[in-house]
Design a protein around this ligand. Structure first.
Ligand code: FEO
Length: 403
């Protein structure tokens, strides 16, 4: 790939990775990704905004060299320091030790751990600080914590109406044109944009709204994100900002939503789930109480149901001294940032020892979930009495939910 001109003196010099299918271990990237980096030339100084993944440094350097001599780079501005962007800083500095790295106070701290040596020049900037590159190109910094790292900031270039927005408004989507106006497969891009929002910004919704508030009065012509195409005014920019606003605004469930998730090898934990559901319905007749067999449903959708719920229950047998793997897989989808104090309960039928209950309780308690008294447990086959007890347990949980 070669560089792409954004506006006069502004170039996209990042790297394409069209074949990437998994990002950061957990995120599927059906459309690949790009590690975006931008080079801005003023009349006096030159800055790079965001660096690139270290594995593709060779290509990255080639792109930079197309528009500037590496020895002419004065600043590398790190809008945040996740290694897909900060990974190559060390190599840039080794080629040009005069480069000054610009970061927020938290970013400066992370950089020391990323570079692991003392020599780089790091300048710490705060909200409202700026750097003048000359010729009207003034880069102003806007603090944007938790979008999505604690050290995140945006960089605003007023002269050209360019917001370098870090991962905010980005997408794991790869087309060499690098511009929304030239995007070939817009439906696939939109799919990637939603997936990226859910995975990266879904846990930080209040911060997304704060970030949008901070940029609402800027006359943005281009949002140069750190992944995927550059967004342009009149194309995807306004639409995507509206989507972020919509997706981040909390909608209260009309009816209390209390999903019950379970795995069941011989149908006993399933019977408990149904009986507990009936018990909850007795206390909360208008609530939305649904039971879900975890292995028969899409894990992503179940994760969404769990995260959007008002309370939830988890049922598992015990296998190999633990809850079964699909149950852990579902819990891996928990939005750990926003789950605090949500009410939950644990139940299941086990063979003899029942370690699943203790382990699930430990996991949920560590996430600061408000776990209901003792788990409801039976041994092996659910008797009539067990099911009546499960019904009563459901009623108690319903009352606990209302308390
Ligand atoms: Fe693309 Fe948060 O790194």
């Amino acid at each position: 790939m070669s560089h792409v001109k954004v506006a006069d003196g502004i170039y996209s010099v990042g790297v394409l990775n069209p074949s990437l299918r998994v990002f950061d271990i957990v995120m599927s990237t059906a459309y690949g990704t790009t590690y975006n980096s931008y080079l801005v030339k003023g009349s006096e100084k030159t800055a790079i905004i965001e660096a690139s993944h270290i594995d593709y440094f060779e290509y990255y350097l080639e792109n930079i060299k197309e528009v500037a001599d590496i020895m002419d780079i004065d600043y590398v501005i790190m809008n945040h320091n996740e290694p897909d962007h900060s990974g190559s800083i060390g190599k840039l500095i080794s080629l040009n030790p005069n480069i000054e790295v610009i970061a927020t106070p938290a970013g400066a701290m992370y950089l020391k751990n990323i570079l692991n040596h003392d020599s780089p020049k790091i300048r710490v900037v705060k909200e409202g600080d700026s750097i003048d590159l000359g010729g009207g190109k003034v880069l102003k910094f806007i603090s944007a914590p938790f979008l999505h790292w604690p050290d995140t900031m945006f960089t605003w270039l007023e002269q050209d109406g360019v917001l370098f927005s870090c991962d905010f408004l980005g997408a794991h989507y790869c087309e060499p044109q690098m511009k929304d106006t030239l995007c070939d497969k817009i439906d696939k891009y939109e799919d990637a944009f939603l997936g990226y929002y859910n995975a990266i910004f879904g846990p930080f919704k209040p911060y997304v709204l704060d970030g949008l508030e901070k940029i609402k009065d800027l006359d943005i012509k281009y949002a140069c994100t750190s992944h995927g195409p550059i967004l342009s005014k009149g194309c995807k920019l306004e639409e995507n900002i509206e989507k972020y606003k919509l997706w981040s605004t909390k909608i209260k469930n009309e009816k209390a939503s209390i999903p019950i998730f379970y795995c069941s090898a011989y149908g006993n934990t399933q019977k408990l789930a149904k009986a507990i559901a009936e018990g909850i319905k007795k206390v909360l007749p208008s609530a939305d109480i649904e039971t879900f067999d975890i292995i028969e449903n899409d894990m992503g959708l179940l994760g969404e149901k769990l995260n959007n719920s008002d309370a939830f229950l988890i049922g598992s047998p015990t296998l190999n001294k633990d809850a079964v793997p699909p149950v852990w897989q579902l819990l891996a989808h928990i939005d750990a940032i926003n789950i605090h104090k949500k009410k939950a309960a644990i139940f299941g039928s086990c063979g003899w020892s029942g370690e699943s209950f203790k382990n699930l309780n430990g996991r949920l308690s560590n996430l600061k979930v408000d776990v209901f008294e003792s788990p409801f447990k039976i041994t092996l086959v659910a008797s009539e009495k067990d099911l009546l007890d499960a019904f009563e347990y459901g009623k108690s949980f319903g009352e606990y939910f209302l308390a």
